[in-house]
Design a protein around this ligand. Structure first.
Ligand code: NAP
Length: 548
């Protein structure tokens, strides 16, 4: 707290002060924000966390749609910074449900006494760098103002919902929902005629459950997605004891894999394998379930030929699971496997054998409008009591650009990113000193297990802040040259993969008008971590220090 004329998180104006109100503001109280708070507080910094939700959890606070659960095995979708924590927590299923993950994050919050530094139901609307004072000026939707030396955006990659922008939505007389902002009190769809728009991960998880409840479910599909059986199951005691005994070793090995996950990556390319060996590998991964299909061939994401082998196999599975050949054909994607996020499901394809489920292909006939009674596409009106929009998120850049962030000379981040995001390591942005993004655009983030990716970023940011604070010039900023070099590398690596070829949220294709750029770093977790470590070891090469 600088002077008596400033007020902190609870409201009021802050005037220019030599000492900011707090050392750091953290935006968001999901996996990233909670750990950031814990670390910075441990370093002796004063920290204020602002969280839009009424509780902790981020993604896991908002996404309460039917069937919401994680696609990464629960035992590895958790923090590893505290061995006591990972030893004492007991996951019940292979893939944890949303309520269980939320319980875990609430447990972490209480165990590390984090709640007292978090302002809930508070949305950060502006963050502006004050060059005269060398601090960030933060404004929130409740009118509060706070200054901070450091500002960490722990806002997540998939937290800005892709708002339904269909003509006539306000006329609809039924109820409508977005999977990413599901009502906390729950929704009964029993006996109702329900339409669902979208067939991404959220839809693929919820469709089997909604179909079991609704009178009739109509699924509107723009592009089909690949989904692999989850094979979820309870975790038994013996299995759990083995995991606990070797937790550290599992974690260490995961860090050596491109996705930072425990599942093994086949060391061989498809070309190096015989036809029967390829088939066995595919069968085995399909039987085991989970996202290990990403690792079926070493070159899956860089060789179209290898990718074809895998997609032929999955299309064969779809034909076996879906009785109506026309429906099976519609459900069979034509794109590369993995250039859109692979989904996991429980009985997704079989759901289309139900008499109360209809698939409508809208690839050539976009939704024209929402009507009073339903929606119109392809010149036909469909009537519904409820519509579920499972249309995803303004991914990666959306959570940052929905805050009015201004750097040096008042330059808006939106202006800097008009043609797409540009960062140094996905952590820092030239022209925005002392601002850090946890798993920001051009970091591996969404192509890895998010929790270790978050922990790596949070620890790196904490070390970087400690480095700046040791100096008499505590203002640290990525240089233009370092950012340009990193972006050139990011783009070169992405160009050698299948990612640019698909209309996915990875490239921003799902949001009208969004610049098309591969946003996550595609070079894999180990190389990325090596680069970050090298930057830190060389006295933060690519960063400059200044007084403000
Ligand atoms: P998504 O993957 O972006 O899927 C959105 C769906 O809505 C797509 O099928 C998309 O079609 C469709 N869509 C969007 N706008 C549309 C429009 N105007 N008209 C018609 N259809 C439209 O979103 P999501 O399913 O919420 O998943 C997003 C990401 O969140 C996932 O990829 C995953 O990373 C994460 N997630 C993870 C889990 C998990 O771990 N279990 C669960 C849910 C989500 P197009 O494909 O044609 O764009």
């Amino acid at each position: 707290m600088g002077t008596s004329s400033t007020r902190g998180a609870n409201g009021g104006d802050s005037r220019s002060t030599a000492t900011p109100d707090v050392d750091a503001v953290v935006v968001g109280a999901g996996f990233a924000g909670l750990y950031m708070l814990h670390l910075l507080r441990g370093m002796g910094l004063s920290v204020r966390v602002f969280e839009r939700g009424g509780g902790v959890g981020g993604t896991w606070y908002w996404n309460r749609y039917p069937g919401a659960r994680c696609d990464t095995d629960s035992v590895e979708y958790s923090y590893q910074f505290s061995d006591e924590l990972q030893q004492e927590w007991r996951w019940t299923e292979r893939f944890a449900t949303q309520p269980e993950i939320l319980r875990y994050l609430e447990h972490v919050t209480d165990r590390f006494d984090l709640r007292r530094d978090i302002s809930f139901r508070t949305t950060v609307t502006e963050a502006a760098f004050d060059e005269a004072e060398g601090c960030w000026r933060i404004a929130t939707d409740d009118g509060a103002r706070l200054s901070a030396t450091y500002c960490v955006m722990a806002t997540g990659c998939l937290s800005a919902v892709n708002r339904p922008a269909f003509d006539g939505l306000e006329r609809f007389e039924g109820a409508w929902y977005h999977t990413g902002a599901w009502p906390h009190e729950g929704v009964s769809l029993a006996g109702k005629r329900v339409g669902i728009v979208g067939t991404g991960s959220s839809a693929i998880q919820s469709i089997p459950l909604i179909a079991a409840e609704a009178r009739h479910l109509t699924v509107f599909q723009r592009q089909a997605n690949y989904t692999v059986p989850a094979r979820n199951a309870p975790l038994d005691e013996a299995e759990y004891a083995d995991i606990r005994a070797a937790y550290g070793e599992h974690r260490r090995r995961a860090k050596e894999t491109p996705a930072g996950c425990w599942w093994a990556v086949n060391p061989e390319t498809a070309e190096e394998m015989s036809l029967p060996a390829r088939e066995r590998e595919l069968e085995e991964r399909w039987r085991k379930g989970g996202l290990s299909m990403y690792g079926v061939f070493n070159d899956l994401l860089v060789s179209p030929a290898a990718n074809d082998v895998a997609t032929d196999f999955i299309r064969k599975q779809i034909r076996a699971l879906v009785r109506d050949p026309e429906v099976a054909a519609l459900l069979s994607p034509g794109s590369f496997l993995g250039c859109k996020r692979i989904c996991l499901d429980t009985d997704y394809y079989a759901t289309f054998n139900r008499p109360n489920v209809t698939l409508v292909d809208i690839s050539d006939a976009p939704i024209e409008e929402i009507t009073r009674g339903g929606l119109r596409t392809g010149g036909r009106e469909y009537e519904f009591d409820a519509i579920v929009f499972a249309i995803g998120f303004d991914a990666m850049t959306g959570p940052l650009l929905r805050v009015d962030i201004r750097g040096r000379e008042g330059r808006p981040l939106g202006a800097k990113w008009a043609d797409g995001p540009s960062t140094y390591l996905g952590i820092a942005i030239e022209g925005f000193p002392n601002l850090f993004t946890v798993t920001g655009p051009t970091s591996p983030s969404v192509l890895t297990n998010m929790v270790p990716a978050i922990e790596q970023h949070v620890e790196w940011i904490a070390d970087c802040i400690a480095h700046a604070r040791r100096s008499d010039r505590p203002c640290i900023e990525a240089t233009r040259e370092a950012e340009e070099d990193w972006m050139a590398h990011h783009e070169e690596v992405a160009a050698g993969t299948v990612f640019p070829a698909c209309n996915s949220w990875y490239v921003g294709a799902n949001v009208a008008g969004k610049p098309r750029r591969v946003m996550p770093y595609t070079g894999g977790f180990p190389d990325y971590v090596k680069k970050c470590d090298a930057v830190a070891a060389s006295d933060y090469e690519g960063f400059s220090l200044s007084a403000g």
